[in-house]
Design a protein around this ligand. Sequence first.
Ligand code: NDP
Ligand code: GDR
Length: 343
Amino acid sequence: MAKVLITGISGQDGAFLARGLLEKGHEVYGAMRRGSTSKTGRLNELGIRDKINYCTLEVTEFANVQNVLNEIRPDQIYNLAAQSFVADSFQFPHYTSDVNYMGVLNILEAMRILKLDTKLYQASTSEMYGDVLEKPQTEKTPFNPLSPYAISKLGAHSLVVNYRQAYDMFATSGILFNHESELRGLEFVTRKITSWLAEIKLQGKDALPLGNLSSVRDWGYAPEYTDMMIKMLEHDQPDDFVISTNTEYTVRDFLFMAAQEVGFDLHSEGEGLEEKCYDRKTGKLIAYVDPRYFRASDVVYLRGDNAKAQEMLGWKPEILAPEIARRMAIYDLKKAALNTPGL
Ligand code: NDP
Ligand code: GDR
């Protein structure tokens, strides 16, 4: 049984990861930033809220990080804490960099100074590829980040590689492509779509405004991806791994798939900023393009080649975008029927 510290435990991945680690018999410490201790909705939803040892951790404060690590002396750290919403990173670039880059430096430095024999998992991201020419993307594809979020994550990724090489630390980076679930934050496009469609259907909400409908993503299912995080730290060597499904769908595809589950049969009219999506049966406007949701610069194509993870970690993703859209839509229809706000 290992003593495991998860930063960002209140987020989507933190909840699924904690459940996976508890199922394996590990002792889980969940770090939350000050003021977030009431954010246990996802952990409650998974029935594990009372099985975790909570602690307060602000990853941007070095002394705090050092004290917490010294006190717990974990065998493993999963660093999931981040300002994770790309769109917001354009408005809060300093804050994003403090949490996503300096936070990782603080953890690595504390591990080094305290001489901890701890394995570190760092939550890297496909956003680091940015404006890619190579398709699909592998661990060897050059990075070309397009947002303050991606730049901060690439800095953190480079730190992990450097500390691994310079100090022989067991520090692993998972380059995870987008992964979604019923517990996804409401600001991300998949959950925005499923929660909003359910409210249109059951509560008469107005049509859904969206940004770039042609943006392509490789969407996987979050619980499968957090299982891969565990496998990465169980592997005998620290390394970088792409975790993806090697499939591609546009935001429009996801919208249409989720709409089908909710009971709308969508078709598009118009192009670009003029595009509107109507229900064939009723003629009702369901979704439309709204320039407010376009980003200053956006990653428009991502698809990951997961061959290394398949070979070295023995994994194949099973749940793909159509099934993810179906599960999320069903969950949000239930929430809307009960008139309970999403998590
Ligand atoms: P969420 O946004 O759901 O969760 C982020 C977590 O970080 C929350 O628990 C949040 O706490 C915490 N956090 C934010 N700021 C701080 C801070 N200053 N100090 C301590 N904790 C903080 O993200 P996900 O669960 O989806 O993602 C987990 C990680 O994986 C993130 O690092 C993300 O960037 C990365 N990632 C995610 C992918 C995805 O598709 N989901 C893909 C690739 C990488 P609070 O509840 O208080 O806000
Ligand atoms: P992303 O996820 O930026 O890839 O980051 P998000 O769901 O926010 O956007 C995906 C794509 O959809 C387009 N889009 C919209 N996005 C949002 N949020 N809202 C809209 O209305 C909308 N309309 C179109 C976006 O422009 C984009 O192209 C997620 C996060 O979890 C990161 O933390 C993680 O690192 C990456 O995935 C991999």
